[in-house]
Structure formats: structure tokens, C-alpha cells
Write a protein that binds this ligand. Structure first.
Ligand SMILES: *Cc1c(COP(=O)(O)O)cnc(C)c1O
Length: 234
């Protein structure tokens, strides 16, 4: 079941890439496995999935040793500074850098462990009250400071688009993020790359692919609906 769904979503991503004259290798499907048991992650792994997204540090750590070593873990949820030290040398990328303070903490812990951590800056492009992330108008100032920090390497931007019935309604936000990345690239800030855009979820990933996503983050579309004991924060 999970393996089939993973392959189906992956094929849909590849087909949309083809329609847009993009190489399917330029868009990676991240299976967002939060709240799901390890058995289900292993099913996705068996089907070829290597990129998994989690939004809680403890859950990521619990699963970390139970999947093969070539698994790439993506931290996609709001990260508290006091937990950075537990994952800084375990994750492939942190998508959810949403403050200068967090970037500084990642830098500090990365230097201690002698690693360089690839990160994306989260942008609250629709300026939703309930969401984390930089506002578009505060991004550049933060970038200039983050660029100077050792042990942290900005690779691009991430966004969580609003919840909408019609995915086309989010096209404007995805294209805004794309344009933002182009504008920042043009400034040639040392130590800042803008090659990666992480955008698109179960409801809108095809629109995101057509607007240039390098990572799409799909959870329920692969693993089925999530059941929460506590209130969902994202
Ligand atoms: C949960 C989550 C997703 C996946 O959501 P689905 O709608 O289930 O695909 C993607 N990105 C982030 C940041 C999430 O927290």
C-alpha cells in the first residue's frame, strides 16, 4: 500500500516535470512520515524512498536508527534552539530555519561537531498569523547575517502554502517564492545559494513542481491521513 502510493506520487511528480521540461532528477519527493510507524517508513524505503521528513526532534531520533544508514532525514518542523544539538549531525537538511536566533544556534552546534549543515530559510509567504517563517520583507536582512555564520550553509527557501481547496490558489505563492529566490541569487551574497525550493504538499505538490520545486513534501498522499492525539501545530 505505502510502497504503491509512494511510487504513484513519484510518477506524478516525474510526469509533471516532463510536462514542464524539467528533469525529474531535479525534483525529489520527500515522504513526510510524522506520526507514522517505522514499518510504514520501511515500506516506502523498500519502494525506493530515501528521503524522509519529520517535524519533531524526538520522533526523528526514535526512527533514525531503525532505518538503513543511507536514509536522508529532513527536519521540516519548527525547531527549538535547545534541541538543535541532538540532530545537527544527523539530518541531511533543515528546511525550517525561521529565525536568526535558530540559525546562530545551528551554527554553534555545527562548529562543535565539526559539520556543515545545509539549511533552507522558511518564508511565511502568505503572512499567515499561525505560521512560522520569515516575512518576505525581513528575509534579506537575516540572510546577510546568516551568510557570515560558520557551519551553516543556506541552500534555498522553504514555504508552507495556505490550506486551500483548489491547489491553483497557491500558484501565486509558489511563483512568488521562485521570484524571491531569483532576486536573492542576483545579489550574489557570499555563502548563500538559492538553488533549492522546498514547497508543495499532498494538496498542491503538482502546482509546486510546475513552479520549480526541488523538494516536494508529501505526507498523507503517501501514508494516509494522520491521527493526532494532541492538537496539530502545523
Ligand atoms: C505535515 C507536513 C507536510 C505534509 O503534509 P501533507 O498534507 O500530509 O502532505 C509537509 N510539510 C510540512 C512542513 C509538514 O509539517
Amino acid at each position: 500500500m505505502v510502497g504503491e502510493q509512494y511510487l504513484k506520487v513519484k510518477a506524478d511528480v516525474a510526469e509533471m516535470c516532463e510536462q514542464c521540461n524539467r528533469s525529474s532528477e531535479d525534483c525529489t519527493l520527500i515522504a513526510v512520515s510524522k506520526t507514522k510507524p517505522v514499518d510504514m517508513l520501511l515500506e516506502a524505503y523498500e519502494a525506493g524512498c530515501r528521503d524522509f521528513g519529520e517535524n519533531k526532534v524526538q520522533e526523528l531520533l526514535d526512527k533514525y536508527d531503525k532505518l538503513p544508514a543511507d536514509t536522508r532525514w529532513h527536519m521540516i518542523g519548527h525547531l527549538q534552539t535547545n534541541k538543535v544539538k541532538y540532530i545537527v549531525d544527523k539530518v541531511h537538511m533543515i528546511h525550517s530555519v525561521d529565525s536568526l536566533r535558530l540559525a546562530k544556534e545551528i551554527s554553534k552546534e555545527a562548529v562543535k561537531k565539526n559539520v556543515s549543515v545545509p539549511v533552507l530559510l522558511e518564508v511565511n509567504v502568505a503572512e499567515e498569523e499561525t505560521k512560522y517563517g520569515f516575512r518576505v520583507d525581513e528575509l534579506e536582512e537575516a540572510l546577510v547575517e546568516i551568510a557570515l555564520l560558520p557551519g551553516i550553509k543556506v541552500k534555498g527557501l522553504m514555504t508552507i502554502a495556505p490550506f486551500v481547496e483548489n491547489p491553483e490558489d497557491n500558484r501565486v505563492y509558489f511563483s512568488q517564492i521562485k521570484q524571491l529566490s531569483v532576486d536573492i541569487s542576483a545579489k550574489n551574497i557570499d555563502n548563500i545559494d538559492m538553488n533549492i525550493l522546498s514547497m508543495g504538499m499532498t494538496g498542491d505538490y503538482l502546482v509546486a513542481v510546475s513552479e520549480g520545486a526541488a523538494y516536494v513534501r508529501v505526507g498523507s498522499g503517501i501514508f494516509g491521513n494522520r491521527i493526532y492525539n494532541q492538537k496539530e501545530i502545523v
